[in-house]
Design a protein around this ligand. Structure first.
Ligand code: ADP
Length: 357
């Protein structure tokens, strides 16, 4: 089921009594979420991700705009009539119910739908439990489960009604690093197997990049860029998106375009075409530096860290905003660590120029 968001806008009265005007949590968001895909909604805390999810599931009403599931306008429908499964960060399991009762809960208690027979409900619950591999935990209480297992129960409970749309709000943030990786793979597998259109909210760019078919990057309620993770990484539309994606982060230099060349400090580092002379921010991905003895960009060398296949060359430059430049090179590259400087050329496709104004 494709989901269409048209001009979706949500304003809240400002909680800060002294502040003027409303908070615009979501600002004219238009997007067609493709059928059967997993979409990552990404941005810093407070940028409007959860509000967008709450609008899609019907927990919040939009101030403006419409939502369509397929061709059906669901903007005014209450949550229980939308066919949406929702998983929250804190799992929100019922502590006094067993795993099985938790999974059965939406089938037994939701209004507005024809009730299934008991045996149909049990069949569905066991199917959902099978999808997330918790069949052997059905008689336990949530308190007897690990965080990862609780999260699986929450996902099974969201899947049991066979929703058209699955919404996941920071579902991994309460898990430790190892479980987070494992559970994210499992969510991906379940989504591929069920082909349920899924929206996954996270502030963690690596998580969004690794799991999503498309990512939506938001800032202060406004969508900045939508695209396949690699496309957004390779072609960020603005400085915010460039800075938000990538580990280690992009390096930002004060630069100038002069006579068709990008200049950092006094060094002309790269030919550029079609840009008039002006001051620019030059973002260089860590893999955009090329070690070169006579390279135009001279940086102070702080050290070299070996990271398996790659080395990370840690350096500084007076025109770089980042306190440390992190340049990645293959481990076959030797760097003379006794040297005080290291010289780089820049790879054109890994350098992005943004207006300074
Ligand atoms: P995110 O999920 O990206 O962290 P939210 O969608 O929770 O962001 O919030 C977006 C903005 O809307 C924030 O400024 C937040 O303070 C505000 N907001 C969210 N819910 C409410 C509410 N019920 N009342 C007032 N302001 C709210």
């Amino acid at each position: 089921m494709k989901i269409q968001l048209q001009n979706l806008t949500k304003k809240f009265p400002n909680r800060n009594k002294k502040a003027q005007g409303d908070v615009i949590a979501v600002d004219h968001f238009t997007y067609e979420i493709p059928d059967g895909k997993l979409i990552g909604l990404l941005g810093p805390s407070g940028c409007g991700k959860s509000t967008t999810l709450n609008l899609i599931c019907g927990l919040e009403k939009p101030t403006e705009g419409q939502i369509f599931f397929g061709d059906r306008d669901v903007t005014k429908l209450p949550p229980e009539h939308r066919g949406v499964g929702m998983v929250f960060q804190n799992y929100a399991l019922y502590p006094h119910l067993s795993v099985k009762q938790n999974i059965l809960f939406p089938l037994e208690n939701f209004k507005g739908e024809q009730k299934l027979s008991k045996s149909e409900m049990l069949e569905r619950a066991s199917q959902a439990a099978g999808l997330v591999q918790i069949e052997d935990l059905m008689d336990r209480k949530p308190s007897e489960l690990s965080g990862g297992q609780q999260q699986r129960v929450a996902i099974a409970r969201a899947l049991v009604k066979m929703p058209h749309v699955l919404l996941l709000d920071e579902p991994l943030s309460n898990l430790d690093a190892r479980l987070r990786l494992q559970t994210r793979e499992e969510i991906r597998k379940i989504q591929r197997a069920t082909q349920i259109t899924t929206v996954f909210v996270t502030h963690d760019q690596e998580e969004a990049m690794s799991i999503s078919d498309e990512i939506v990057v938001m800032k202060q309620g406004v969508v900045q860029q939508i695209g396949k993770p690699q496309e957004v990484y390779d072609d960020p539309v603005n400085l915010f998106v460039a800075k938000f994606l990538g580990t280690p982060p992009i390096n930002i230099f004060h630069g100038k375009v002069q006579n068709g060349r990008l200049t950092i400090g006094k060094a002309a580092v790269l030919p550029v075409s079609g840009i008039p002379d002006q001051e620019v921010w030059a973002g260089v991905r860590p893999e955009g530096f090329l070690l070169q003895e006579d390279g135009p960009l001279s940086c102070s060398l702080n050290g070299v860290e070996v990271m398996g296949r790659d080395i990370s060359i840690v350096s500084t430059h007076p025109d770089c905003e980042n306190t440390l430049i992190r340049a990645i090179a293959g481990s076959e590259n030797g760097v003379n660590t006794a040297s005080e400087t290291v010289r780089f050329a820049l790879k054109p496709g890994k350098v992005f120029l943004f207006d300074k104004n």
